[in-house]
Design a protein around this ligand. Structure first.
Ligand code: SF4
Length: 222
């Protein structure tokens, strides 16, 4: 079903999905993880931080903390030091330790596999929950981060600023079996081509469907 804010027709929407699937066939998160709780931890750490920095920090962290119990009983002051370089470390410490305690108490030690349950964990919003669902459990979901927000507006898929509204609009525009590819594909596309400050429009495979009035004119012959 088309969203009423969408400026693309059905063929153009399908072209966006096909392009992303074709260009990023294995698109998944670039965060390192070995199990769902580690992905939850990495995703919380990635707020206002690069995936590269998070991956450096968790390389050591995941060796020190092996189980959900380890996180639940972590010393907050020690944990803060261990994740300090990812920024906002006090809040992130509270969220990660709190999430571990909640998972032990309410979910039998297992990371829950539904959006409704995941968002009951401390510090877990829909974006983090979507990322965990899609990357750890292969459950269709669209995580709206800064790239997805920017590009879906530039393309004309939505004219919205609220991440939750964008998530629902994108889920309505794309078939469910495309959600994961669109979600992670847009992030990679945003890093590689449709960058925030200097979009590389001349390298863009969906230039023709993009409705952004400020997209860069193509050089002659392209
Ligand atoms: S044409 Fe430019 S602005 Fe539009 S999606 Fe492609 S890279 Fe982004």
């Amino acid at each position: 079903m088309k969203s009423n804010t969408c400026k693309l027709n059905t063929d153009e929407i399908n072209a966006v999905a096909a392009y992303l699937q074709d260009r990023y066939p294995q698109a998944k998160t670039e965060l390192q993880f070995g199990n769902p709780f580690e992905l939850l931890t990495s995703t919380i750490l990635s707020a206002q931080c690069t995936d590269k920095r998070v991956n450096i920090v968790v390389k050591t962290l995941f060796q020190r903390y092996r189980t959900v119990q380890d996180y639940a009983s972590a010393d907050p002051e020690v944990f803060e030091e261990e994740i300090k370089s990812t920024g906002f470390y006090k809040n992130k410490t509270k969220m990660i330790i709190g999430a571990a305690q909640s998972i032990l108490k309410d979910f039998n030690g297992q990371v829950p596999t539904t959006m409704e349950q995941l968002v009951t964990l401390p510090g877990v919003g829909r974006k983090t929950a979507s990322c965990v669902l899609a990357a750890a459990f292969d459950v269709p979901a669209i995580a709206v981060d800064t790239h997805v927000l920017r590009i879906s507006n530039r393309l004309g898929l939505v004219s919205l600023k609220d991440p939750e509204k964008i998530e629902f609009a994108l889920c309505a525009l794309f078939d469910k079996d495309k959600w994961i590819a669109v979600s992670f594909g847009l992030v990679l596309f945003g890093r590689e081509i449709c960058q925030a400050k200097k979009p590389l429009c001349d390298k863009c495979g969906i230039y023709d469907v993009c409705k952004w009035p400020e997209k860069k004119p193509l050089p002659p012959g392209r």
